[in-house]
Write a protein that binds this ligand. Structure first.
Ligand code: GRF
Length: 189
């Protein structure tokens, strides 16, 4: 059985899609969900599926020894960020090389980097008059939104679209593609 750890800071709608997708799978399972925010809805959601959770404390954000021990104790093969807003420390990247992936709600390398998250991204897309947006799944390194791109999907942006409409279209793409891409990565590993 290949095991996934999910990392989420917020609602966790992508994390939920992934949990539902692998429920009943005989080859891949979601082992745990970690969050840096004890109030994150994603934690409740994971618990409702009987998935163990772990809170990443402020100290652990810079010094991930405990986080690494936890992930090792869960025999994790792939770390999947789903709306996780903190930087992944270099030490963690080194312990899991090419085993940490992220989803970003835009077509990287455009609209990425520090401060480019959530509605900030979609507002910038609309303000710059882009004719398309989309989502990117990429490997994680110690810089924001910088690792090699694994998969992208696009949606058109109409001149009349608001940032809220773009956000909804992009989230639909994320929900459709993230779990199958995770599956493919684990099958290829
Ligand atoms: C998604 O748009 C994802 O691309 C970004 O954060 C959002 C998470 O949404 N990194 P949710 O918590 O999965 O609903």
């Amino acid at each position: 059985m290949k095991k996934i750890a999910l990392l989420a800071s917020g609602t966790g709608s992508n994390a939920k899609k992934i949990i539902e997708y692998f429920k009943g799978s005989e080859i891949i399972s979601v082992a745990c969900l970690l969050s840096n925010k004890s109030s994150a809805k994603a934690l409740e959601m994971a618990t409702s599926f009987n998935i163990p959770t772990h809170i990443i404390s402020k100290e652990e954000l810079g010094n991930p020894g405990q986080t690494i021990l936890y992930l090792k104790s869960m025999s994790v093969d792939l770390i999947v960020l789903a709306g996780y807003l903190k930087k992944i420390p270099q030490d963690l990247v080194e312990v899991y090389p090419n085993k940490i992936i992220n989803i970003h709600p835009a077509l990287l390398p455009k609209f990425g980097g520090k401060g480019m998250y959530g509605m900030h991204v979609h507002k910038a897309v609309v303000e710059q008059g882009e004719s398309e947006s989309g989502m990117t799944i990429h490997y994680v390194n110690a810089k924001y939104d910088d690792g090699a791109i694994i998969f992208q999907a696009k949606c058109p942006v109409q001149p009349s679209d608001t940032a809220v409409q773009v956000a909804a279209n992009v989230l639909r793409l994320e929900h459709k593609h993230y779990a199958p891409v995770v599956e493919q990565i684990l099958i290829d590993k």
